[in-house]
Design a protein around this ligand. Structure first.
Ligand code: NDP
Length: 434
């Protein structure tokens, strides 16, 4: 804590991982040597930079840009770019740390990184967003590359923003190799990448339920958020026969006891992705109930999929879910559950998957985009989706292998942390103290 003052999210993520690794390291003392843990909790490099740009009124604006290159032990740094006013060093360091384990779990050769800016895209014109993205890349470009560091999207950064950044990167480097993933289909993007995180989260929930002799069929599901991850989690959960009864944003929650339909989801996507509107606009359009200022966790469901942001589900929310009979929680967002909430889930036998396991489908499919670009090929939708499903099943199997306790219960937290750690740690040990 003394080394990282004022970084609560980073300390939260590190504490969770180290606590869950401790028994494994005690049983396997070679992982306690060579300063391995001390090195693993320190980013290899953290870059902070100024982003100056001119708004529509001719005013000069200054934002702060970041790229945390956490670990390149198993491959080039890889992880998203976030544009949100809450972005700071602590949040990006926690995300880059988590990303390192997540990327290892995918089995693809990708290290961990994360970046972004405190720029708030809400209320900005399309021209302002483009100029900001371009200004951001005029500094970032010197630190990234297809074999060095390959960013992608995250909160506030979707296909449009990735397109602007990849375009500026190409102009500055005079190269067309793959430096960003999540690109548009017309310039190297992969089919299924927009869907991958949400689909993967639901595939993971289905695997957990199957392992426990259940399935998503006819389950009531709450989803939080209404962005990229949330939308495709809704779509896949519906496709597997579940009834999705909530979505949300930072201003409130839509509660729809009858559940989403394909038609309603199309309206949500139109409102969010084309009109850049709010879930309250969606609720008004389709005539469903909107609860201002509330999160979804008081609504009784069988399965909860938090897909918005970190620490959006606390201990009390978790207790409410448990009391209302929830049996499964799979995180689409990164660290949406507080440490208290995780404890409540694990103590009450809820099938609980941490984001680094359940939301790894996004970065896995980004890895597939890198492969397709390097081969100058594109795979079909079915081919990418089949690989995604296989990767999610592989992560589930790794969690079972490393997270099954003596009483037969599975801790997906321990399973994911140990499985991710072993791969990164073995690579670090083999490469010496660097
Ligand atoms: P989007 O920007 O598309 O959507 C974010 C959603 O979360 C919006 O509904 C937003 O509401 C809500 N949200 C954001 N910040 C807050 C906040 N502080 N309080 C309440 N609600 C908030 O982002 P994504 O869907 O891409 O990302 C969602 C989560 O998934 C993040 O944790 C991200 O790190 C994680 N993730 C994303 C991946 C991807 O492939 N995109 C991959 C793996 C993880 P509002 O509009 O009101 O801000």
């Amino acid at each position: 804590a003394e080394r990282n003052p004022g970084q609560p999210e980073f300390l939260q993520a590190v504490t969770e991982v180290v606590d869950s690794l401790w028994p494994f390291i005690k049983a396997n003392p070679r992982y306690a040597e060579h300063g391995l843990l001390d090195r693993l909790v320190e980013p290899e490099r953290a870059i902070l930079f100024r982003v100056s740009w001119v708004d529509d009124h001719g005013e000069v604006r200054v934002n702060r840009g970041y790229r945390i290159q956490h670990s390149s032990a198993i491959g080039p740094y890889k992880g998203g770019i976030r544009f949100h006013p809450s972005v700071n060093l602590s949040i990006l360091k926690f995300l880059a740390f988590e990303q390192t384990f997540k990327n290892a779990l995918t089995t693809l050769p990708m290290g961990g990184g994360k970046g972004g800016s405190d720029f708030d895209p809400k209320g900005r014109s399309p021209g302002e967003v483009m100029r900001f993205c371009q200004a951001f890349v005029t500094e970032l470009y010197r630190h990234i590359g297809s074999d060095t560091d390959v960013p992608a999207g995250d909160i506030g950064v979707g296909g449009r923003e990735v397109g602007y950044m990849a375009g500026m990167m190409k102009k500055l480097s005079n190269r067309a190799d793959c430096v960003f993933t999540g690109k548009g289909l017309s310039f190297g993007g992969s089919l299924i990448r927009p869907e991958a995180t949400g689909y993967g989260t639901v595939y993971f929930a289905e695997e957990m339920l199957r392992h426990a002799g259940r399935s998503l069929e006819n389950m009531r599901v709450s989803v939080s958020g209404s962005g990229n991850v949330a939308q495709y989690a809704v779509e896949k959960a519906m496709a597997l026969g579940a009834r999705v009864i909530t979505v949300s944003d930072s201003s409130g929650t839509v509660v729809d006891p009858e559940g989403f339909t394909e038609e309603k989801l199309a309206v949500l996507m139109e409102v969010k992705n084309h009109l850049y509107g709010r879930v309250s606009d969606y609720a008004e359009r389709v005539g469903v109930h909107f609860e201002p200022g509330r999160r979804p966790w008081h609504v009784p469901v069988d399965v909860a999929l938090p897909c918005a942001t970190q620490n959006e589900l606390d201990g009390n929310d978790a207790l409410m879910l448990v009391r209302n009979g929830a049996i499964c929680v799979a995180e689409g967002a990164n660290m949406p559950s507080t440490a208290d909430a995780v404890r409540v889930f694990e103590e009450n036998g809820v099938l609980y998957a941490p984001g680094k396991a359940s939301n790894a489908g996004g970065v896995a499919t980004s890895g597939l985009e890198m492969s397709q670009n390097a081969m100058r090929m594109s795979w079909t939708r079915e081919e990418v989706d089949a690989r995604l499903l296989e990767i999610m099943r592989g992560i589930h199997a790794a969690c079972i292998k490393h997270g099954t306790r003596d009483d037969g219960r599975v801790s997906y937290v321990d399973g994911a942390n140990v499985a991710g750690f072993v791969k990164v740690a073995d690579a670090m040990l083999a490469q010496g103290v660097i």
